[in-house]
Design a protein. Sequence first.
Length: 651
Amino acid sequence: MATESKTGLSGLLISGVVFGLALAMAFTGIANSMPDVWILPRIGPLPSEPLRAGMLGASLLVVLLSNSFTGILAARSKRLLLPGVAIDAVLLGVGLFAFWRYYVDTSAIEDGLFFFEPMHIWTALAGSACMIIACWRIWGAPLAVCGIVAIFYFYTGEYWPWLLETAPVEFVESAEDLWFNQNDGVLGNILGIMIYTVFPFVLLGCMLERTGGGRSLIKIAFHLTRRYRGGPAHAAILASSLFGTMSGGAVTNVVGTGVITIPMIKRRGFDPSFAGGVEATASCGGQIMPPIMGSAALVMADFTGISYLTIIVAALVPALAYYASLFVSVIFESRRLGVTAAPDVEGELAVAPQDFVNLVMVIVPVVTVVTALLNGLSPAGSGLVALFILLPITFCNPEIRRNPLLIFVALSRGGQQFARLLMAIGVVGVIVAVLGATGLPNDFAQLAAKATDSWLFLTLLLAMASALLLGMGMPTLPAYLTIILIMGPSLQQFGLAVLTAHMFVFYYGVASSITPPVAIAAYAAASISGSPPLKTAVMAIRIGVVKFVIPFVFAYYPILLIVKESGVAFDTLGFASIIIRLLLAIYLLSSAVSAFDVRQLPVWEIVVRIALAVSVLYVDPVLHWSSTFVALTFLAWHYVRFRRAPDGRTA
């Protein structure tokens, strides 16, 4: 009993430290991003060197306390308690020392002449190792292994064959590439973008999630879709698209909305794997839905120099097309199962007047972000303005009035999420440093151009496969960054505009969360639906197949992105043409993968529909317009021929 009491007390103490430290990170992020539009004196931005080192050091401490090696080893055997404590202590000590040396030495570098010594490179390698180990602990092996391979390649590149051969590296001087600079490396530009731009939106998403707006959004979505036969599934799509654009994480979105939507979808008569697949597919799509789009869109804006407002405008039509495809897939599945509408929503999902009040907490921050961007405020400033406006609005919720401390809980939760994300970003910094120092992306671009004989399609396939493979089991952001650094020059060499190339890779980074074998969003949904994880992932791909097609569409038809940064001038007729054909392709593909339209589809008709879907999107006008005519005629024949069939089911 004494041991249990001691364990409980130490656990409570650790939780308190994590809570306080994450809350301090949140307040630091707010102060650092304080825009000059406030009446109060400007606080931020804080000095870069101590801010980056301090924020990363605090993040490492939060992660090691909340996901310690002590805990995981002690759970296996009490004899492993001391080794676990030793591992945590060494990681924390080495990490904090490396961050302190970054602050001291980068400050000295800026002051004047500076010479690197052996101590600096060993500090850089030790700090990089700490980030790789912490990333492996939180996000699993894929990204961590990439970091290990990158460091190994950095110092052995001169012995690699052919394209991979690099110039010899000065061992001591390489400390600057890995660690001691503010451009590349672990504490470089990408970390700066995360702290200065992304952090306010992470906090905003957690506030929206924790203060009641999210649940009311789900209830109202059920209310709006109650007259459709696929009601709960449609509601999951609608709620997840709106909630996901704010939360910015597929798994967070699944957990936040799926605990309500998935049981309701199952009760309506859908298969558990379908219920989980719909939620997983809709949840991961939240990251491509304007206006917030999670953290990756913010990083894209800083990384490309294209305004955040331009990026969210460009993302609008593809995102709407994707969610339209999900709605259509649910319609076909509902027809196949003979599910009927249930217009009365009762029980805990019945909409109360307070839900419409709570919905203000969702609508006002989104409108505020867009308005602030239109008025020239930076993305970070826009997110912070929305956060400050949201704070008093949360008191419209009686639960917040009864317990205002929930606001601090939400902010601390945001700090913890950000700390976990920075562990992955640190490893991305290692990869960025190696790629920048070796020049591998440019060499790869030249090789790709020769190997594919200027065939864009093969390069797009390679970029897609790379993003899907690297994105498995990790957040969208590091997957997107790593692939665009390697493949970006190749894509642009084929004539793709910068925005189009980045959006292409971003989409597949998002799609990786439902792609087996490590479909983290689908597996999270499967844990709620009770269906086999792999079956849920396959179902998610079936439902969301259009997500794998849309990037190719806007790669060949950049007018779909609307904005001039897509590389083409806007043409109304051309835009209308691709929209019509894209909607037709969505209908054909969704019915084909569901194997149902007005009736069960035979194999030959599935094949015909897939072939027609590809043909109507082909760039040759003769082929795509003739295919469009054939497709419309074929669908009309199907409807007229089978709508009155005795065994057919009409819409």
